[in-house]
Design a protein around this ligand. Structure first.
Ligand code: COA
Length: 176
């Protein structure tokens, strides 16, 4: 068993981010207290048809995280572990929400570990406020005229309203 410590604690936080939500931001803000750098990686998930283009998602993430030092954004199509190797990162950061995430996350972590032993997956438990949010459910609610203002960053909320041609004045049910 290798006893080597990771020299640089660079973590890659991969996801579809279609779009980034406050739940993701929470993980990133807590993660940067632990890691030297976090690369937020828009990773292609062929099972998901995206609402926003990769460029739109990158821009929203950059705007959202502009004030957090040590975070950058990138995109990658292909194996996640290949990205880690080429970027010199050795940690995969994932947020764990309700129990339903466990099996999927376990499967991915084990598969990534099977690809390379040089990488470790680290899980942070999602803040309880975000336990039951997901990008899919947020998009569904907005498309039907509901409000998700408290669940996404302001710039993302604006972009969602534009995508679905919703007048901001008619979308005022801002429950926290
Ligand atoms: N708070 C709120 N919501 C959260 C969250 C949090 N902390 N963390 C995740 N979510 C939501 C996301 O919004 C997303 O919602 P959606 O399904 O409605 O879109 C859902 O949880 C899970 O999404 P995400 O974390 O983005 O994972 P994913 O399943 O979309 O992404 C990849 C999986 C991209 C990381 C994975 O497919 C991958 O690594 N792909 C690269 C190719 C590869 O290497 N494949 C082999 C992997 S073993």
């Amino acid at each position: 068993m290798t006893q080597d410590k990771f020299v640089n604690r660079v973590a890659v936080y991969p996801g579809t981010f279609d779009p980034i939500t406050n739940g993701h931001v929470d993980i990133i803000k807590r993660g940067i207290r632990i890691f030297d750098e976090i690369i937020v990686l828009i990773a292609c998930n062929p099972d998901k048809a995206a609402l926003f283009t990769v460029e739109e998602r990158m821009e929203m993430i950059r705007e959202t995280l502009s004030e957090i030092k040590g975070v950058r954004v990138d995109a990658h199509a292909g194996l996640l572990v290949d990205y880690l190797k080429s970027s010199g990162a050795s940690i995969i950061l994932r947020g764990m929400r309700a129990l339903s995430d466990f099996e999927y996350e376990f499967q991915m972590a084990l598969m990534n570990r099977r690809q390379t032993r040089e990488v470790e997956t680290v899980f942070l438990m999602s803040g309880f406020k975000w336990f039951y949010t997901s990008s899919k459910i947020i998009k569904e609610v907005v498309s039907l005229g509901g409000s998700v203002k408290a669940l996404v960053p302001d710039n993302v909320h604006q972009k969602l309203l534009e995508k679905f041609n919703i007048n901001p004045r008619s979308n005022t049910n801002n429950r926290k």
